[in-house]
Write a protein that binds this ligand. Structure first.
Ligand SMILES: Nc1ncnc2c1ncn2[C@@H]1O[C@H](COP(=O)(O)OP(=O)(O)OP(=O)(O)O)[C@@H](O)[C@H]1O
Length: 638
């Protein structure tokens, strides 16, 4: 008796999840097993072409399904590449590829919340899904080119066994012993010819190898013209035409969507399907999808971009990353070209001229489809933006701004006007006459930004402001430098130059008159601010903090939040601005006239207030609170 082995810890947990699954779409197990079978045949066929294997004939490659009502077994057989002992162990005993951290975390989360729906849909758990419907699974396999076959078996509860066995030919046979029917679930349904045909046509119709099954058909009796008899015939259940090879107008949305979900392991319909046929110096078909939801690991290193690559319908490789640029890495799909060599390897992809040409056209196609969506279906584009906008902004910033021109028309930001998303083009279109800059300001949330004192004067002038909330936003605008010849201007930084000549004069007079006061305030805030000045941007609020040209506050905050902190202590140069029209300024003047020392406490409190408004923490909250109390007590005595 062969030794019983235990599943790797994660596999065991995944299995338990499957066995006890309440997932309503258990029927997907068949699609998963057929998809594995088809992959295995793909691998063999690919080898046969690249290695000239004479004993593999394309016409013999197939998947077959057998059912036995009495034994309650459903068997799926392929004559693909097969697995040897090590591969059985590695592929079926452990969650090899999916054994990633994110997967484990997600699983722990799902277990905690008793939620299996998400995890099954999101990860396309493949082989293990068999255990949703089977109480025992037997896998018989013989690897192509090897003589010994092996039998892997498990009833899931107690590990698995691998032992040598007899097996004719190469490939894999998977026997599922279905669970017993219960009140809630009728597993025996999966043994009905009608149900199997339905599942194959729903999920696996496009599989490029025949899926065969013996069925009973009523046929005319030999020699008779009206008498029928029931005969057993082998029927091919799938049409075998790859979806992307079919005529676009004959494909329904549902077919596109089902294909996407099956092939790219998603459980939500895609938001956009791009199916394009290009004929010319280089011919190809591309079937591209923009997912309807951000993949759970999209913004992590683990996410692998790329398209599946086919040559004349023969699968070459998964995730050919050269086919989509980094900023469109959310696009999933495949490319099939008759002009590509089957022998193309991953290393060669980068240098392949044809592939580069395809990639460049794909990039243009994606962009034009996105622009089309932006113009014709705003709601959908905004949804797209919420899902993947961040990636486009990174795209502008990365590679020293090399791709900014491709992306600038696709960008969106919230704006002060309606607190809605707008494009840069829309901003420029509705700029007021005489407006020179595209104004922006950064902050945590729309509401917080909208309250910023700095916004007042700009809004008063009737200028729109872009509200930036993502870390990358300012970097992205800095990289763009300008849009349609309008430069970007941070309203929290430097001079805004929005005053009339008259106002300018009044401000410089006030500065001149109060020079000593401003100097002493600055002195009181030594090492904290580089300047205290009369503000040209405040209307109602008493104070604000602005940054000198160069580094902005937002950039400082981003640096601080980096994993290695801000090692060189780079800080934005702080300027404390005081509103000369606010009562606090008169108070300062009065106090200063009576007691020059007394303004120091005012300086501290005003500075701390400005820090809080700007979203910084204050150095000494206790001192701040004590000083505010002191002022309150004094006020009550006055
Ligand atoms: N019929 C088969 N023939 C040969 N190898 C197989 C077969 N079924 C499964 N395998 C091997 O087992 C591995 C694990 O299969 P599983 O379905 O769990 O995941 P996957 O197919 O790699 O991923 P996913 O289902 O998420 O696309 C496969 O990658 C493949 O190497």
């Amino acid at each position: 008796m062969a030794e019983k082995k235990q599943f790797q810890a994660e596999s065991k947990r995944l299995l338990d999840l499957m066995i006890n699954s309440i997932y309503t779409h258990k029927e997907i197990f068949l699609r998963e097993l057929i998809s594995n079978a088809s992959d295995a045949i793909d691998k063999l066929y690919y080898r046969s072409l690249t290695e000239n294997l004479s004993d593999v004939d394309r016409n013999d490659l197939e998947i077959s399904i057998e059912k036995a009502e009495d034994a309650k077994t459903l068997t799926i057989t392929d004559n693909g590449i097969g697995m040897n002992k090590e591969e059985l162990e590695e592929n079926l005993g452990t969650i090899a590829k999916s054994g990633s951290l994110a997967f484990k975390e997600k699983m722990a989360e799902a277990e905690k919340q008793d939620e299996d729906v998400d995890i099954i849909g999101q990860f396309g758990v493949g082989f293990y899904s068999a255990f949703m419907v089977a109480k025992a699974v037997d896998v018989y396999s013989r690897k192509y080119g090897e003589t010994q076959a092996y039998h892997w078996s498990s009833d899931a509860s107690d590990g698995y066994v691998i032992e040598p066995c007899e097996y004719e030919g190469h490939g894999t046979k998977i026997v599922l012993t279905l669970k017993d029917d219960s009140e809630e679930e009728k597993y025996s349904e999966y043994l009905s010819t009608f149900e199997i045909e339905r599942l194959i046509s729903k999920y696996s119709d496009y599989i490029r190898y025949p899926i065969k099954m013996e069925v009973e058909e009523s046929v005319l009796k030999e020699g008779s013209e009206d008498e029928y008899e029931t005969k057993k015939v082998i029927k091919t259940l799938n049409s075998m035409v790859p979806l992307w090879k079919r005529n676009k107008k004959d494909i329904t949305d549902e077919e596109y969507n089902e294909f996407y979900k099956n092939k790219f392991n998603d459980y939500v319909d895609p938001m956009k399907v791009i199916h394009t046929n290009v004929e010319g110096t280089i011919s190809y078909t591309a079937l591209l999808y923009i997912p309807g939801k951000t993949p759970y690991n999209f913004y992590s290193q683990e996410y692998e971009k790329g398209l599946q690559l086919y040559s004349r319908g023969v699968f070459i490789m998964d995730k050919a990353s050269e086919l989509v640029p980094e900023y469109f890495r959310f696009v999933k799909g495949l490319v099939d070209s008759q002009d590509l060599s089957l022998n193309i390897s991953r290393e060669m992809l980068q240098h392949d001229r044809q592939l580069k040409a395809i990639a460049s056209r794909i990039e243009k196609k994606i962009k034009s489809e996105l622009l089309h969506m932006l113009k014709n279906d705003r709601e959908q584009y905004e949804k797209f933006w919420e899902n993947f906008g961040l990636q486009l902004k990174y795209g502008v910033y990365n590679d020293y701004g090399m791709h900014k021109d491709v992306l600038s028309d696709l960008l969106m930001f919230y704006s002060s006007k309606e607190k809605k998303l707008i494009t840069l083009d829309e901003y420029v279109e509705r700029m007021k006459e005489g407006q020179e800059h595209i104004y922006y300001v950064s902050g945590e949330t729309l509401d917080k930004i909208d309250q910023l004192p700095q916004c007042e004067v700009v809004k008063d002038k009737g200028y729109e402001i872009l509200y930036l909330m993502d870390n990358v936003d300012e970097f992205c605008l800095q990289m763009l430098m300008n849009y349609k010849e309008k430069t970007f201007k941070n309203i929290s930084q430097g001079d805004l130059n929005l005053e009339s000549e008259e106002e300018k004069k009044a401000l410089s007079d006030a500065a001149e008159e109060n020079k000593a006061l401003l100097e002493d305030l600055k002195e009181a805030l030594t090492n904290k601010v580089s300047e205290v000045r009369i503000s040209a941007r405040l209307k109602q609020h008493p104070v604000c903090l602005t940054a000198a040209e160069g580094m902005s506050f937002e950039m400082e905050k981003v640096l601080e939040s980096m994993p290695d902190g801000n090692p060189y202590g780079m800080k934005a140069k702080r300027i404390l601005e005081i509103n000369p029209h606010h009562e606090i300024f008169d108070t300062l003047k009065k106090v200063y006239a009576l007691d020059k020392e007394a303004v120091k406490n005012y300086a501290d409190v005003l500075y701390d207030q400005a820090l809080l408004i700007e979203g910084f923490s204050i150095d000494d909250p206790v001192a701040f609170s004590n000083k505010v109390c002191e002022f309150m007590i004094k006020a009550s005595k006055a």
